[in-house]
Design a protein around this ligand. Structure first.
Ligand code: GTP
Ligand code: MG
Length: 213
């Protein structure tokens, strides 16, 4: 992956990419270990699936332009928090907070920023839990704290976000009011569904405990 920037910065960019790629690996391993431990102790899998990506050079350049900054590696590292991004999809809302806590508790992880769009959904209905964290990357001569954006959401929230994303691009951010209204309604249905599924799951859990007793 090459960024269309000046040649004298190409080396610097390759180094930065190595860090972001390593940070994704670190976070992915942490998530996998967490999930395996959970399966072992609670006999259930809180994570449905995980996707990670490095932001495309075009999107990075667009964001830097949007922030009215000069396109330099230094500015990317400083201002673009989501060059490395991980999305964790869970079954239940309660899993989201459990996973976020477990990540935050790890001693080498620093939580730089949290946005809880579940407690406080966005105006358009978007709901998800966001964390910007940093993890130390050990190179031969030094240790570099590297940022990763982690988004944690339920399957239903992810379903909504994918469609909203598609609509946003289709209308270049100017979707007709009727469509925006329907999306907001869908987000309420998503929230209702997540609540229902969670309480149903809690009920099933207590039911099996009763039977075992
Ligand atoms: P950017 O949106 O990345 O410029 O940063 P920000 O500071 O606004 O961060 P925020 O935590 O609000 O959003 C980070 C990411 O969450 C975005 O890049 C998207 O991937 C996702 N996201 C935020 N808002 C929405 C939304 O309204 N719809 C969808 N589909 N995704 C969103
Ligand atoms: Mg982003």
């Amino acid at each position: 992956m090459e960024l269309p920037i000046f040649y004298d910065e190409a080396e610097e960019w390759k180094n930065a990419l190595l860090l972001y790629d390593s940070a994704l690996k670190e976070i992915n391993t942490k998530i996998e270990i967490m999930n395996n431990e959970f399966k072992l102790t609670h006999q259930y899998n809180p994570i449905e699936h995980v996707v990670s990506r490095l932001k495309s050079p075009e999107s990075i350049a667009k964001k830097i332009r949007h922030n009215k900054k000069e396109l330099t590696v230094e500015n990317i590292v400083k201002y673009v928090n989501d060059v490395a991004g991980v999305r964790i999809i869970c079954s239940f809302t309660s899993d989201i907070y459990r996973i976020a806590d477990l990540i935050a508790k790890q001693s080498d992880v620093k939580v730089l920023k949290v946005k809880d769009y579940i407690t406080c959904p966005k105006e358009n209905g978007y709901s998800s839990y966001h964390m910007i964290v940093s993890v130390p990357i050990y190179l031969s001569n030094n240790v570099i704290e590297t940022k990763v954006e982690i988004q944690i959401r339920t399957i239903a929230m992810d379903f909504w976000a994918s469609l909203e994303h598609k609509i946003y691009y289709k209308f270049e951010g100017n979707a007709p009011e009727r469509i925006r209204k329907e999306l907001r309604e869908c987000s309420e249905i998503v929230s209702y569904l997540d609540h229902k599924m969670l309480s149903l799951n809690e009920e099933i859990k207590s039911f099996s405990h009763d039977r075992e007793a």
